[in-house]
Design a protein around this ligand. Structure first.
Ligand code: ACO
Length: 446
């Protein structure tokens, strides 16, 4: 080492003690702030104390599309996107699927525990009791154009129901709130089936109290109007019920956020559910399974898969049914669905689109583009193929998603209402528009 050069002095670490807090130095003022950390997060309003000057509004966090913002504390659904874990109220989805039916899971989501024998009997009674639609709702649905999309009909009918049940505005009355929860869960299959029958110009089939939840939907959709003697295939009813379990909730997704946001203004649950269903209608959310089938039909043969992949990689289109905001490794629902597919195909015959889907998955998951971006099949990649094999038209796919998601929406809505920390949803913005300006005098009316 040359003489004049000295070994660098050891930097002494600042005397900081470990604590559950974030220590921030604002480079504009060199002031220090301490913000507590709870549940691995900071309370964003705590940032408001960080101000560049006396008149400064305070620091905001900018998070377009809420990519790193928790909007609530929730005890309903747990997801670990990296590990591919999904739990409802603590129970792994793999244990619930196949062991508990959809209505038991709906009870779990809303009440926080699985129902005992008596609770289940009462719950089933309440749901069965409310499956009918008011005759005027039927007339209202009749007036849609013959080729109206059933999801559009569902959104409007849900909003319309609010005018039939004005008592639903009493959202803080526990009994009345429970009654609307029963009604909404009970009426979803009936609305869905009526929308379908309307689209094919066939008479509506009324719900039957003797049938299970998924079974009733299948009967109302497919029973010929000249007979009452129709029992859906038990394998298909069971598979549909399992698909309902998988779709029942998925924490703070786009439609649930819509439910909570509209609910935060204290709108009645029918109006909130219409908003949630409207969000689910979008092709990036519940409309994706419909788009998957359209895409697979367009591909037609395995030979056309490389062309599709090239278009996706060139950024010209999305690979529908791939990717997820939360799951970056695997979607556990997609894996369960893949297994259900074989039960369904044993009854319906193999859907040729499955072979294209399996090959497409194989090609995509071994391609660098998809690996780098953590893109894997999501729940919608295979659900559409099953629905199609069961005889549902593609237009009905998002409706089949909405039916079970109603229980999740309601559980989240109720949790939001009873959470003392929640207020009306009102995000902030960063204004980047024109500064103050005035209409030139010449343009002002004389
Ligand atoms: N095909 C091709 N590229 C994709 C896809 C896809 N399906 N999904 C994401 N990417 C790419 C994006 O272009 C982006 O690439 P870049 O980094 O070069 O810009 C990167 O992957 C990250 O994607 P984001 O758009 O940032 O992911 P985000 O979390 O915002 O979107 C979403 C998630 C909306 C699900 C998206 O993956 C998508 O559009 N998928 C197709 C639609 C779909 O299947 N939706 C169903 C979701 S599941 C559900 O709602 C039940």
């Amino acid at each position: 080492m040359p003489k004049r050069m000295q070994a660098p002095k050891k930097k002494t670490a600042p005397l900081l003690k470990k604590d559950h807090a974030l220590h921030i130095v604002d480079g504009r003022t060199l002031k220090e702030y301490t913000v507590p950390i709870q549940h691995g997060s900071i309370h964003a309003p705590d940032l408001r104390q960080i101000r560049a000057s006396e008149t400064d509004f305070g620091l905001l966090s900018y998070d377009p599309s809420f990519q790193n913002t928790a909007s609530c504390k929730s005890g309903i659904t747990f997801i670990d996107g990296n590990a591919g874990i999904l739990r409802y109220r603590g129970y792994p989805i793999e244990e619930l699927a196949g062991n508990r039916n959809y209505l038991e899971v709906a009870y779990l989501l809303i009440n926080g525990r699985l129902p005992g024998k008596n609770q289940l009997a009462e719950w089933l009674h309440n749901i069965t009791y409310h499956t009918m639609l008011h005759e005027n709702i039927k007339k209202f649905m009749d007036d849609f154009h013959h080729d109206a999309h059933p999801m559009g009909m569902l959104v409007c009918t849900l909003a319309g129901l609010s005018t039939f049940y004005p008592e639903a505005k009493a959202i803080f009355d526990t009994d009345l709130r429970q009654r609307q929860i029963h009604r909404l869960i009970a009426k979803m299959p009936t609305i869905a089936a009526f929308a379908y029958r309307h689209s094919i110009g066939m008479a509506y089939i009324y719900p039957s109290n003797d049938l299970g939840y998924a079974e009733n939907l299948l009967a109302m959709m497919h029973r010929p109007s000249w007979t009452t003697d129709y029992t859906p295939d038990p394998v298909l009813s069971k598979a549909l019920d399992l698909l309902f379990v998988l779709h029942a909730d998925h924490e703070q997704n786009c439609s649930t956020e819509a439910m909570r946001t509209v609910g935060s203004a204290h709108a009645d649950p029918y109006t909130c559910a219409a908003a949630a269903a409207a969000a689910l209608y979008g092709p990036l959310h519940g409309g994706a399974n419909e788009q998957v089938i359209r895409m697979l039909k367009e591909v037609r043969t395995k030979e056309n898969i490389p062309k599709l992949i090239r278009q996706v990689k060139a950024g010209r289109r999305l690979l529908m049914g791939f990717g997820h905001r939360i799951y970056k490794n695997r979607d556990p629902r997609a894996e369960i669905i893949k297994k259900v597919a074989s039960d369904v195909f044993a009854v319906t015959g193999r859907n040729p689109l499955l072979d294209i889907a399996l090959e497409l998955e194989k090609v995509a998951i071994s391609d660098d583009y998809f690996i780098k971006r953590h893109l894997y099949p999501n729940v919608d990649f295979y659900s559409g193929i099953i629905y199609q094999s069961m005889g549902f038209p593609v237009d009905m796919f998002p409706v089949l998603f909405a039916i079970p998601r109603m229980s999740g929406w309601l559980a989240q809505w109720q949790e939001m209402l009873l959470d003392p920390e929640q207020r009306i949803t009102r995000p902030r913005q960063l204004y980047v528009g024109s500064r103050l300006r005035h209409i030139p005098e010449a343009e002002q009316p004389s």
